[in-house]
Design a protein around this ligand. Structure first.
Ligand code: SF4
Length: 371
């Protein structure tokens, strides 16, 4: 917990929250995520953006972003959700996990005053997405769970224009706010960072069990399109036994149609003592996943055409051949069936693929739209 001055925050950037309760000792407990931070007046939670102000838990940084970019949806990564289309990506500041290998630490570990330069109301964001031809908006870079109220308002404004909402998240959220959050989402890529409590405890200062609960919840209780990402770190979470258990659990509890992306680690943040992940480890993970029945297992963060190709689980045809966010070949009907054998490929397919390609386009928002 951090104590900082909360009095000079910009008007409109502090909003009330619902998920908290007072404790007998005079503190209040934030109930949004399993950290359940207990806060004295003026204290911020571990995520930095939620704090106690006037006896209540508030969200600071509402309507403030760390910047906007139009990306390919494949970069989230989502391989089975409107392939080839552009997505307007943005994040805020802070995070409710503390992963030592964080690849976005400049955002996730910053105070919002350092990074939240862009003022962006929900309507501004929806309008920018429409203007750039985006089919969806993604909450990414840091975890949208911590800016719950802002993310939901943005998702609402986007949906009103027929633009979908995508969460890129670690899934570390308590059941009640989780149910509210996913009512407003259309797709999610959830990090399953490892399959041991030890890894979550030692490396992320968190727990595995609530993440597994979130995954089962999304699969069983919602219509949100779900994909998973596991960042493989040499010597920490890439053992055959662990990958066997992880992929078997996915097949048993989430089903064989949930895509999983095994992505490569680069030394970063507080983890500079590990080498980058050798591509052979990613390919081996993919092989284990497929041996356990998963239909769609991918490698990520490396050039690997095979590992990036979607194959038909019926006849084995290459359905979508990709190279580094670019679609090279496409053999699906407009509603997502294999052109050769007719079996349906799991996912959200609406017409032919988009043509955005690998481009990354930073954008500046025009502000001042009102609902
Ligand atoms: S959302 Fe933030 S303040 Fe609330 S429990 Fe989680 S880390 Fe703590």
């Amino acid at each position: 917990m951090t104590t900082t001055t909360l009095t000079d925050l910009p008007a409109g950037s502090v909003v009330p929250t619902r998920y908290w309760h007072p404790l007998a000792d005079g503190r209040v407990q934030c109930d949004l995520c399993p950290r359940e931070c207990k806060l004295g007046e003026g204290q911020r939670g571990l995520c930095f953006v939620r704090a106690r102000l006037g006896g209540k838990v508030v969200l600071t940084g509402y309507g403030r972003s760390s910047g906007f970019c139009v990306d390919p949806i494949e970069k989230k990564p989502l391989h089975h959700f409107l392939p080839g289309t552009p997505v307007l990506s943005f994040g805020t500041a802070g995070c409710n996990l503390a992963c030592r290998f964080c690849q976005n630490w400049d955002i996730s570990k910053s105070l919002e005053t350092d990074t939240l330069s862009a003022v962006a109301g929900p309507e501004d964001i929806a309008a920018a997405a429409a203007e750039h031809g985006c089919r969806s908006v993604a909450f990414t870079y840091n975890d949208p769970v911590i800016f719950h109220e802002y993310a939901i308002d943005v998702a609402r404004a986007c949906r009103a224009r027929g633009i979908r909402a995508v969460a890129v998240t670690a899934g570390y959220v308590n059941p009640e706010p989780r149910a509210e959050f996913y009512r407003h989402m259309d797709a999610a890529n959830v990090d399953l960072k490892a399959f041991t409590e030890k890894f979550y405890h030692d490396v992320c200062a968190a727990r595995l069990a609530p993440v597994l609960e979130t995954l089962e919840y999304i699969h069983r209780e919602t219509r949100v399109w779900l994909e998973l990402t596991t960042l493989l770190i040499p010597g920490l979470n890439d053992g055959d036994d662990e990958l066997e258990q992880l992929t078997r659990w996915v097949a048993d509890r989430l089903g064989v149609d949930v895509p999983i992306h095994f992505s490569a680690f680069h030394p970063d943040w507080r983890m500079l003592d590990r080498p980058p992940t050798p591509p052979a480890i990613l390919s081996r993970a993919r092989k284990i996943a497929r041996a356990n029945g998963l239909h769609y297992a991918y490698t990520g963060n490396v050039h690997d055409r095979d590992g990036d190709t979607t194959c038909c689980h019926g006849c084995g045809a290459d359905l979508i051949v990709r190279d580094w966010y670019r679609i090279l070949e496409w053999r699906l009907t407009d509603d997502g069936h294999c052109q050769r054998c007719g079996i349906r490929c799991a996912g959200v397919f609406e017409g032919p693929p988009g043509h955005w390609g690998p481009r990354r386009l930073p954008v500046t928002l025009h502000t001042g739209h009102h609902g």
